[in-house]
Design a protein around this ligand. Structure first.
Ligand SMILES: Nc1ncnc2c1ncn2[C@@H]1O[C@H](COP(=O)(O)OP(=O)(O)OP(=O)(O)O)[C@@H](O)[C@H]1O
Ligand SMILES: [Mg+2]
Length: 646
């Protein structure tokens, strides 16, 4: 369609922002063009949302220079705190067309004028025709079809469109907001975790939509599968700095892993170097004769710039507390039927959840996954049929809208302590630490926490009570890769029973022992094998493009053969022997040199120029040998350390 004649850009420079002591953004900047497909990556709490808020004008940074091509429009989807108008779903989405309000009111005036007659009327009619052209060209008159296709794509049904937007769950309100922004058809889209509340169908739809989108895009997401096909560059926010990585998300992750490994290696090597040097200094400090070598090493030590390991690489890890005993039948669901008004969600379903099972619930939009979980949790009791808890069952429920389970005005510590039994309160600080809330973090208000931080806090809260049945609704939403991994490990080693809703394919695959698939045809169970499930589903619904979610290739590491290991061991032994030998040699050379220097210093030798010069020549020679031996020793030590690390 070529809606623009020249390349549009969004340029951001020198954004700085601090919260108290904490510097979140330090002179960062980037440029988006209308071709840009950028991901904004970084650990939970690194400041991604803050950066987007600053650009969108929601918060005011300490400094910022921003320049946008004239007339270019920027739309922004926040990660949370979405406020929808009091209107229907359709009307809320239609607000995306409010940019035409000015032209529409101008047209009203023009219409009146054009009916009045005279020269003015002619000019008004001409201008009116122009306005009509603009509207036609921009698709304004076809807006109904456009709005509906976007809403349907995001999982709304025809009967939803007339319902009041604010009656929808938080996840669906987010979808309405997303729909409105897509309807706006901006030149630049800034999306903060748009996939969090999408199921796989809506996710695939959004992916396709964004691929066809002809403006510039910057998107925050922790979903590798979603990002991979879409982005061509990744900006990583880390330590208040923004670094650009060209390429798709997997390439970024791989390069980042390499960099981090390299960094760790360098830090380790440096530490060893420092220790070795310190050892050297210590060893020779009191031998005046070594002063040259010692001094140069002391200087080198002072000048050294320490390699720093990013603090966010601290892996968090936790385990669920031991679960109290429960009977073998944990939940017995019999003849369960549920309807919202006329909308029948299930009729007459029965199943049994057995002890130790990890049941994943998946399925299409509106199939009622969260509803089922709420009923299992006992939060929603408005249904027909029965749900019977087994003997000794103690439930812990993690709701999808974590934000609503937290109190914004409390501090992190208060929120956690308020949930703990009095006797457990002393342990809360430790637990908070394990969830990466350290030092002053615990005094932050819940309201300012990032999405991932809120999820972590909500997870922590359910740990404070012993349970043997976890009911988790999309627990990985907002979590970064590290946090997702820790949650996966914790669930895998949990002693109780788990029922969870997730659209994270990786998560389901690694954890589920059984899958409950909800569709229009009713519930269907798949035992164990996720690949089989996927195959069945794909067969059934070609629209389910689950296979597009790319899987990270397992890296195969060549096992070292027995022979190789033996050789390596022998080599290491030889090196260690050599190192000792060199040290001894250094000792004796130094002793010899000291003796020589004493000899040179003896008054009786002063007059013997010949002897002195031969002594000095000998000393020079010794120094050269010492330097050589030292170098050799350093090299050998290094090889030993490298050998230990490989
Ligand atoms: N008003 C505020 N006062 C103090 N700290 C704040 C405030 N707003 C945000 N923060 C802190 O700034 C950090 C960055 O928050 P931000 O929401 O930008 O993170 P994020 O990168 O989007 O994380 P996530 O991946 O979890 O969404 C967090 O540690 C958060 O607690
Ligand atoms: Mg965020």
């Amino acid at each position: 369609m070529g809606k623009h004649t020249h390349m549009r850009t969004l340029q951001v420079q020198d954004i700085s922002l601090s919260f108290g002591e904490r510097e979140l953004l330090k002179d960062v900047g980037f440029t988006l063009s209308e071709k840009s497909r950028a991901a904004l990556a970084g650990a939970n709490g690194s400041g991604k949302s803050t950066l987007l808020k600053a650009i969108a004008g929601v918060i005011k940074p300490d400094s910022m220079t921003i320049s946008i091509t004239k007339d270019a429009r920027v739309s922004y989807l926040p990660q949370s705190d979405i406020v929808l108008p009091e209107s229907t779903v359709y009307e809320a989405a239609e607000e995306g067309f409010s940019r035409f309000d000015t032209i529409l009111s101008e047209m009203k005036v023009l219409e009146e004028k054009s009916s009045e007659g005279g020269d003015d009327a002619l000019r008004a009619a001409e201008r009116l025709a122009e306005c009509h052209d603009t509207l036609i060209y921009s698709g304004y008159y076809d807006r109904k079809a456009r709005i509906e296709s976007i809403l349907f794509g995001l999982g709304f049904r025809k009967e939803d469109l007339g319902r009041s937007a604010r009656t929808f769950s938080g996840g669906y309100q987010m979808r309405i907001a997303l729909a409105r922004i897509l309807v706006e058809d901006p030149d630049f889209l800034l999306l903060d975790e748009p996939t969090n509340y999408l199921d796989i169908e809506a996710l695939v739809w959004l992916e396709e939509y964004l691929k066809a989108f002809d403006g510039g895009l910057m998107v925050v997401s922790h979903d590798q599968g979603f990002l991979d096909d879409m982005v061509t560059e990744v900006y990583e926010l880390f330590n208040a700095k923004l670094t650009r990585y060209a390429g798709n998300y997997t390439q970024y992750v791989e390069r980042r892993e390499e960099e981090i490994k390299e960094l760790e290696k360098r830090a380790k090597r440096q530490q060893e170097e420092i220790e070795k040097t310190e050892e050297f200094i210590e060893r020779f400090r009191y031998k005046a004769t070594k002063s040259r070598q010692v001094q140069s090493r002391i200087k080198a030590l002072e000048k050294i710039e320490l390699v720093e390991i990013p603090p966010h690489l601290k892996k968090l890890s936790f385990t669920f507390p031991p679960s109290p005993h429960s009977g073998n039948d944990v939940l017995k669901v019999e003849h369960l039927s549920k309807a919202y008004g006329d909308n029948r969600i299930y009729s007459d379903i029965s199943f049994l959840v057995r002890k130790g099972e990890r049941l994943a619930i998946t399925g299409r939009n509106g199939a009622g996954k969260s509803t089922l979980l709420r009923m299992l949790a006992g939060v929603d009791t408005d249904y027909d049929g029965s749900i019977i808890d087994g003997a000794g069952v103690k439930k812990a429920y993690f709701a999808q809208d974590t934000e609503n389970t937290l109190t914004p005005t409390l501090t992190v510590l208060e929120e956690a302590e308020g949930n703990a039994d009095t006797k457990d309160i002393p342990g809360v600080r430790n637990l908070l630490g394990a969830f990466l809330f350290t030092d002053d973090d615990v005094f932050k208000k819940v309201a300012v926490l990032s999405g991932g931080e809120k999820s972590r806090l909500a997870l922590l809260k359910i740990l404070l009570h012993p349970s043997n049945l976890l009911l988790l609704d999309e627990p990985t939403n907002h979590l970064d890769i590290n946090a997702k991994e820790m949650l996966e490990k914790a669930i895998a080693s949990y002693g109780g029973t788990v029922v969870f809703v997730s659209h994270d394919r990786h998560f389901i695959k690694n954890l589920a022992t059984r899958i409950l698939y909800l569709s229009d045809e009713g519930p269907e169970f798949f035992d164990g094998d996720y690949d089989y499930f996927e195959w069945k589903i794909e067969e059934k619904e070609a629209r389910f493009k689950i296979e597009r979610r790319t899987e990270k290739k397992e890296e195969k590491k060549d096992p070292q053969s027995h022979e190789q290991l033996k050789q390596k061991r022998n080599r290491m032994k030889a090196l260690e022997r050599e190192s000792e030998k060199l040290m001894a040699e250094l000792d004796s050379l130094s002793r010899e040199k000291e003796n020589l220097e004493e000899e040179i210093a003896k008054p009786e030798n002063y007059s013997d120029g010949k002897k002195i010069s031969s002594l000095i020549a000998r000393k020079d020679e010794l120094e050269a040998r010492i330097a050589e031996t030292e170098e050799r020793w350093m090299a050998v030590s290094e090889e030993i350390e490298n050998g230990k690390n490989s």
